[in-house]
Design a protein around this ligand. Structure first.
Ligand code: F6P
Length: 548
């Protein structure tokens, strides 16, 4: 199976050179490297700076990484994606999230259909609908305008919109509040329903497949809540759907005129610029939404055309390969110095780990090297008072991505500007300390008592990337996300894996549905379950039988 031939990347000449280089790279000390010319590691695109100068690489490493990208066929694979080839081989699909942000004047045919025209038809329909909700033309069943939008979805049908809603707070229009319900835990929906009025609430049921257990259960519960309050005739005015599965939506009872479609060539975690972004568009308006798409498109075009050594996603992805495969760094902390980007680490977790958490190559052969790293994080400065101690003095090496905007939100007063400066100062300070640390001599020279000296030494030499935005806008947010999307692509291409399937999540769903049946029937001898699960199940059943 497969459109492009897979290779074992460890057999590439550049991989071997990198291996040898890593074995002898104890002289790669970031603090010293920073005295050399590092301009080749400082990239900019469309006003956003990607500063990789605090990575543990010299020009030789960099050249070998660029060579590896060539030998592993990164650019050919990228071109195949942009041309609509079915590079999602295990699902036999094209991978065309980039088409979602293409200009209406471009064309791209997949199976004889111009997907760009389709994309813009849906975008226009979304814009009309978003405007009608925002200006009060779309009304609830009792004639009142919409004040609350509840997006019900999970994974890629939740994380992107929820992250963007928080990120773009400064661009939201007053009068409409969005809520995001994802967890099947009844507490999630209940918490939202407690605060909204059925007469003025619009539900967006977002699910690519329209089969996801959590989303379907929450959607049914929301429907029930609305019908109890306003009757079944109210449903069309209060429910819209976003999906590729139009039949399943119809079965659920949502009118076809209230469905915003997308296509199987959009992966769930790459779908925030499809109709899955409807809540974002309602919140910030179609013009701002299109500006976000322009930010994505600017990075798409850069990724497609810029020469590899100046190509942000290629450099970012290849440095991630260096850290993961040659410096043995298993994890990257995502540290946005931005309250608005508070959900960005959660969003990136799905993007990176659902994409590249794979152990077989596209051709099914087991990999003999590490693949997808672990991404996690918290906004700064909060994380500094929590886990940074381990980043600085723990026994594991962790790479960090620090994201910060030079300017505060527009309209900030002097006090807010000062606190924003405090934020920026902390971001830069942490980048410096992680990369450069402090030596024993320096600690001593500061007059530290002997007994405390070893406790205060910080090895530093932890790789850090600093992404500097002018300010967080729809455009810069789009650009930032697309840089990560394509960096993930580059890593997957080198590893020869398919970042666009997610077979690893299927078994858990199947087992959960069996256990759900067991819970309903009170059965604790299910032969499909292992002994530990049976034990816990029996305990759960006993506790449930003991009453509230
Ligand atoms: O967790 C698996 C997954 O399929 C994700 O890839 C996806 O984003 C999420 O579930 C939700 O899927 P859907 O949009 O089909 O409800």
């Amino acid at each position: 199976m497969g459109h492009s031939t897979t290779i074992d990347p460890t057999t590439c000449g550049a991989w071997r050179r990198l291996d040898e280089h890593a074995a002898t790279c104890s002289d790669l000390v970031i603090g010293s490297l920073l005295h050399q010319d590092r301009d080749f590691l400082r990239l900019h695109h469309a006003g956003v700076g990607f500063d990789f100068s605090r990575q543990r690489v010299d020009s030789e490493t960099f050249q070998a990484l660029m060579d590896l990208a060539v030998e592993a066929g990164v650019e050919d694979h990228r071109d195949a994606m942009f041309e609509g080839a079915a590079i999602n081989t295990t699902e036999g699909r094209s991978v065309l999230h980039v088409a979602l942000r293409s200009a209406p004047t471009s064309t791209l045919e997949v199976d004889g259909v111009d997907v760009i025209a389709d994309v813009h038809r849906v975008l226009d329909a979304m814009s009309d609908f978003a405007d009608s909700v925002r200006d009060g033309r779309h009304r609830g069943a009792t004639g009142r305008s919409i004040t609350d939008v509840v997006n019900i979805g999970i994974g890629g049908s939740d994380l992107g919109p929820a992250m963007a809603y928080r990120a773009l707070r400064a661009y939201r229009s007053p009068g409409i509040t969005c809520h995001f319900v994802s967890n099947v835990d009844p507490a999630d929906l209940a918490e939202v329903l407690d605060t909204v009025d059925p007469e003025t609430t619009l539900f967006i049921i977002a699910s690519k497949t329209f089969t996801t257990q959590e989303t379907m259960a929450n959607a049914q519960a929301a429907r029930h809540w609305l019908v109890e309050a306003l009757g079944a005739d109210a449903v069309p005015a209060h429910f819209v759907a976003v999906s590729t599965a139009l039949d399943a939506v119809a079965k659920f009872g949502i009118d076809s005129t209230n469905v915003f479609g997308f296509w199987d060539w959009v992966g769930g975690r790459y779908s925030m610029t499809s109709a899955v972004g409807l809540s974002t568009m309602i919140a910030i308006g179609p013009d701002n939404y299109r500006s976000m798409l322009d930010g994505f498109a600017a990075m798409d075009e850069h990724f497609r055309t810029a020469p590899a050594p100046r190509n942000v996603p290629i450099v970012m992805g290849m440095l991630a390969i260096w850290n993961r495969n040659f410096l043995d760094i298993p994890t990257t902390a995502v540290l946005p110095y931005s309250h608005h980007l508070g959900r960005f680490p959660a969003y990136l977790q799905q993007l990176t780990m659902e994409s590249n958490g794979k152990s077989v190559r596209r051709d099914g052969a087991a990999v003999s090297y590490r693949t997808g790293g672990i991404y996690w994080g918290e906004p700064g400065t909060n994380g500094q008072h929590s886990f940074y101690q381990l980043l600085h003095q723990g026994t594991d090496d962790v790479a960090s991505d620090i994201i910060v905007a030079a300017k505060p939100d527009p309209g900030s007063d002097d006090d807010a500007r000062h606190r924003h400066d405090m934020l920026v100062a902390n971001a830069l300070a942490q980048a410096s300390v992680l990369a450069c640390g402090i030596t024993e001599d320096e600690v001593r020279a500061a007059g530290t008592p002997d007994g405390l000296v070893p406790h205060k030494v910080m090895a530093g030499n932890h790789p850090v990337s600093v992404i500097l935005l002018d300010t967080l806008t729809p455009f810069t947010l789009g650009l930032l996300i697309a840089a990560y999307e394509h960096s993930v692509f580059v890593q997957g291409a080198v590893w020869q894996i398919n970042p666009f399937d997610q077979w690893g999540v299927e078994l858990g769903k199947k087992v959960a549905s069996g256990i759900l049946d067991d819970l309903a029937s009170g059965r604790f001898d299910d032969p499909n379950l292992d002994a530990a699960t049976l034990n816990t199940l029996e305990e759960v059943l006993r506790l449930q039988a003991s009453g509230d």
